[in-house]
Write a protein that binds this ligand. Structure first.
Ligand code: DAH
Length: 348
């Protein structure tokens, strides 16, 4: 039997190599294929080495065929390799994908009911041209009491059982208290900016109270102050009525009674008519004491360097915490200062 020529054997080899290549489906397999066929010690190289044993004519014939075959194998290899890379990547993407636009559920919290109502109060007063003022929570004895016409042995001091921070000095400007009322902002603002003045100061105040459903040693107030030429009680009355109608509703009834506060003269207590549904489902109503107010005392104006013969003013102060409780029908103040999100989130 006649031996097969190199060219013929190469032909058979090429076909089997190509079908082996088509079977490769992973990077490992195709790398192994390369080493065994196209690499330095591969089968193609071995066939090439046989060229040396041939006559020049046979060499030319077989050599050309081997080169063409190598080209074909190499390009088939490159195509298959590309295919495998793509398939590998696709498989990776299918299992490892990540949606970068996905919303991760987060607990975003909510606005505290005190802040909701504070904002509403601020909006009402800003519409009437008021400034929103701030004052220190650690205040001098002078700003918290003396300048507000509450001198050292005045009984009104006992009504506000106070947290003293330092009480060693004879000079009330050197003793410190946690402010018992936002009225300190009246003094700070008047001393700094003088008249005309139109401001409210919402803020935290502190009193040495035993805690129960309606009292806490920390609570919030809103102070109001208007000082200008020709300010009278009717301005105060109109302002309070506008505020309560904006915050509650148009037919909110308001009542003014005489009351005593050392920093106003005359002083007033303002009540509002409160309608509610009782435990039996019956509609009920009663007068609720809502705020203290009055015409700014001449001593206060003088403490702030103003002349009571030139300017006059009105002031008021109410409990923001109390207002929030009324607005939402919250019966226990401790809910508001607790840390239960499920309670606090109901109002946002
Ligand atoms: N500062 C008073 C308190 O805490 C409230 C108050 C009453 C403020 C009358 C005022 C006012 O400005 O005129 O009880």
């Amino acid at each position: 039997m006649q031996m097969k020529t190199l060219r013929e054997r190469a032909q058979v080899y090429a076909e089997s190599a190509l079908s082996e290549l088509r079977e490769c489906s992973s990077t490992t397999q195709i790398e192994a294929f390369y080493a065994s066929h196209l690499g330095k010690k591969g089968q193609l190289k071995a066939l090439r080495n046989e060229l040396k044993t041939l006559t020049p004519d046979e060499k030319r014939d077989a050599g050309g065929a081997l080169s063409a075959m190598q080209k074909e194998l190499e390009s088939a290899f490159a195509a298959q390799q590309k295919e495998i890379k793509k398939a590998t990547l696709d498989a990776q993407l299918a299992t490892e994908w990540l949606d970068v636009t996905q919303q991760v559920p987060r607990n975003t919290g909510s606005i505290h009911p005190l802040n909701i109502v504070q904002k509403q109060v601020e909006d009402v007063f800003m519409q009437m041209g008021y400034t929103i003022a701030d004052g220190p929570e650690i205040e001098t004895e002078w700003h918290n009491f003396d300048a507000l016409n509450v001198p050292q042995h005045h009984p009104a001091r006992d009504m506000q059982d106070t947290f003293w921070v330092g009480r060693d000095s004879q000079n009330p400007l050197e003793n410190y208290v946690l402010r018992t009322q936002t009225s300190n902002a009246q003094i700070r603002m008047l001393k700094e900016h003088g008249a005309p003045m139109r401001m409210i100061c919402p803020g935290r105040v502190f009193r040495n109270e035993a805690t129960d459903a309606t009292h806490d040693s920390v609570f919030y107030q809103v102070e109001g102050l208007v000082v200008d030429r020709g300010i009278s009680l009717s301005h105060l009355k109109g302002t309070v009525e506008v505020m309560l109608r904006e915050l509650f509703n148009d037919d909110t009834k308001v009542r003014f009674r005489p009351g005593f506060f050392p920093f106003v003269e005359p002083g007033l207590e303002v009540d509002m008519w409160w309608e509610y549904t009782d435990k039996k489902g019956q509609k009920q109503g009663k007068w609720l004491e809502f705020m203290g107010a009055g015409m700014v005392h001449s001593h206060v104006l003088e403490s702030c360097g103003l002349d009571p013969n030139e300017v006059s003013g009105f002031a008021f102060g109410f409990g923001l915490t109390r207002l929030v409780m009324m607005r939402y029908g919250i019966e226990d103040i401790r809910h508001l200062f607790g840390t239960k999100p499920r309670f606090l989130q109901q109002f946002a």
